[in-house]
Write a protein that binds this ligand. Structure first.
Ligand SMILES: NC(=O)c1ccc[n+]([C@@H]2O[C@H](COP(=O)([O-])OP(=O)(O)OC[C@H]3O[C@@H](n4cnc5c(N)ncnc54)[C@H](OP(=O)(O)O)[C@@H]3O)[C@@H](O)[C@H]2O)c1
Length: 274
């Protein structure tokens, strides 16, 4: 089985399903990522904050896969924002990952109170121009933050990685992204597991002979988001990848759409200001 790709605004393809490694302990990360790569995952989402970039790098090295087959994302942490500090942070992340280029580099949070996301973005533009990263994007940006990038910098982000799951479908932001050629990437795509007991989801799981997690991840594929579910459990890592052999009927996609109640599992980006 292979993951379908979505083509970004610069022609680079991103796998529509990847493994997220937030809260995977550093000591376990290489093993977890190795399981994912053996399963068929080719995209891994990490961040400085997760303190496990080195483990991701170890698994990549041990996998024997060629670099071109993989799609590796990491993120600029808030304290590293600013032009020069972002360039230094990028080098450090690349060193920990043991890579000589990155596939996607994201500003982790806009933190507008710091007043540095524009300068940070200019650093990402330089890294992109220098060929050190294949695509650049942002995370947790609201429309007003994106508009400032459009107005004051040169490159439109390829991706905005935001909290998104059936309880937080982010329709307005998704529409804005689509209008501007930005791909929506969903973090906490399973709402951190909280959705998996929902009766609508368990009902669909019974109907399709799939698990609740597979139903939710299939919804992501069909609404066109990139999803990066996290699991440190080998059987779940495999389960979450077995979603390419069935399709939800349009009416069932609508049933899941109706679960949108605006409830977040994580902070609103506006609450993280500095
Ligand atoms: N940009 C950002 O600000 C941001 C913020 C948060 C997350 N992220 C990214 O998004 C990724 C995913 O988000 P997340 O980790 O918060 O939440 P998630 O992927 O929605 O949920 C992860 C939780 O669900 C459980 N789980 C996974 N697959 C399951 C299955 N098949 N059945 C039952 N339970 C299952 C996991 O448990 P086990 O691990 O115990 O199996 C874990 O507790 C992160 O790893 C990170 O890469 C980005």
């Amino acid at each position: 089985m292979t993951t379908p790709d979505i083509v970004l605004n610069n022609g680079v393809s991103i796998p529509q399903l990847g493994l997220g490694v937030y809260q995977v302990p550093a000591a376990d990360t290489a093993k977890v990522v190795q399981t994912a790569l053996e399963t068929g995952y080719r995209a891994i989402d990490t961040a400085v904050l997760y303190r496990n970039e080195a483990g991701v790098g170890d698994a990549i090295k041990a996998s024997g896969l060629s670099r071109e087959e993989l799609f590796v994302t990491t993120k600029l942490w808030t304290q590293d924002q600013g032009y020069d500090s972002a360039l230094r942070a990028f080098d450090k992340s690349l060193g920990k990952l043991g890579l000589d280029y990155l596939d996607l580099y994201l500003i982790h949070w806009p933190t507008p109170g710091r007043g540095t996301y524009l300068d940070s973005w200019r650093a990402l533009e330089k890294l992109y121009a220098d060929g050190r990263v294949r695509a650049i994007g942002v995370s947790n940006f609201h429309v007003q933050h994106l508009r400032r990038l459009f107005d004051e910098t040169d490159i439109v982000p390829a991706v905005n990685q935001i909290e998104l799951h059936p309880n937080l479908a982010q329709l307005a932001l998704r529409t804005f992204h689509a209008e501007h050629g930005i791909v929506t990437e969903a973090w906490s795509p399973l709402a951190k597991g909280r959705l998996l007991m929902d009766r609508a989801i368990t009902g669909l799981a019974a109907k399709y002979g799939k698990t609740p997690a597979q139903i939710v991840l299939r919804w992501h594929l069909q609404i066109g988001t990139v999803a990066i579910p996290k699991s440190a459990t080998p059987s779940r890592i495999r389960e979450n990848f077995e979603i390419f052999d069935f399709e939800l009927a349009p009416d069932d996609v609508l049933v899941i759409d109706e679960l949108d109640n605006g409830v977040r599992t994580g902070p609103d980006p506006d609450a993280i200001d500095a």
